[in-house]
Design a protein around this ligand. Structure first.
Ligand code: TYD
Length: 215
């Protein structure tokens, strides 16, 4: 029996991680067999690649190199963790997947959404999630949540970051239009409880519509 592959995407400061945590808890309480995973990482080799990608010492890494490393990490994670779990009929809740590469590397770093998508088609054998929840906040809100300051006190570097955050946000909106049937947007600017409730409603509705999926 094939399980269900659900991914969670969002720009920085969107509150995506607490949404996943809440959904995981609720689905487990309802008796579903749930696997939580995250990218970059999620398997032995993929975690090693994660260390290379996120190492501050590697600041300034070429954008295509970065993109290839994310794709390589993704393939390991897919083959070693996600596909086996799907074959066991689990519900996989994955924090980030290929849409992150499309938004961050494809759009924000300027490689091109279609180019990065093509590379990822090779890396993933075109295995797309069954459902993707995109938790979105405007870049201003996202960044102020991260820095816990308001916009007016951002310094030059933070403003540069602001430009990047803006692009990630725009990138996600473009990707949402590219995959309207798979991606559902959750407004991350609601209260924490409202964000969790709307995300949970989308997941439960999806599971209901896919009723041939049994616990
Ligand atoms: P992480 O510490 O896991 O944070 P987050 O809570 O934001 O998920 O960092 C992952 C970072 O990697 C995040 O800034 C987004 C970025 N990323 C990409 O740029 N491309 C990708 O394909 C993926 C999976 C992540």
């Amino acid at each position: 029996m094939r399980g269900i592959f659900i991914t969670f995407e969002g720009n920085d400061g969107s509150g995506k991680s607490s949404v996943i945590e809440a959904i995981k808890e609720e689905l487990i309480n309802l008796g579903y067999d749930v696997l939580y995973s995250r990218e970059p990482g999620g398997s032995k080799v993929a975690e090693k690649i994660r260390q290379v990608i996120l190492d501050v010492d590697n600041f300034g890494m070429d954008a295509k190199t970065e993109s290839l490393l994310y794709a390589a990490s993704r393939r390991e994670h897919l083959v070693k963790t996600i596909i086996p779990a799907l074959n066991e009929g689990k519900i996989i809740l994955c924090d980030r997947y290929l849409d992150s590469s499309l938004a961050y590397q494809g759009f924000a770093r300027g490689i091109g959404i279609d180019e990065v998508y093509q590379m990822n088609t090779y890396a993933t054998d075109n295995l797309l999630p069954d459902l993707t929840l995109l938790v979105c906040v405007t870049p201003e809100v996202g960044l102020s949540r991260i820095t816990k300051n308001n916009r007016s006190s951002l310094d030059r570097l933070e403003l540069e970051k602001m430009d990047f955050h803006q692009k990630v946000y725009e990138g996600y909106l473009k990707i949402k239009d590219k995959f309207p049937n798979r991606i559902v947007v959750i407004n991350g600017e609601q209260s924490k409880e409202e964000v969790k409730a709307s995300a949970l409603a989308v997941v439960l509705e999806f599971l209901k519509r896919n009723a041939n999926y049994e616990k």
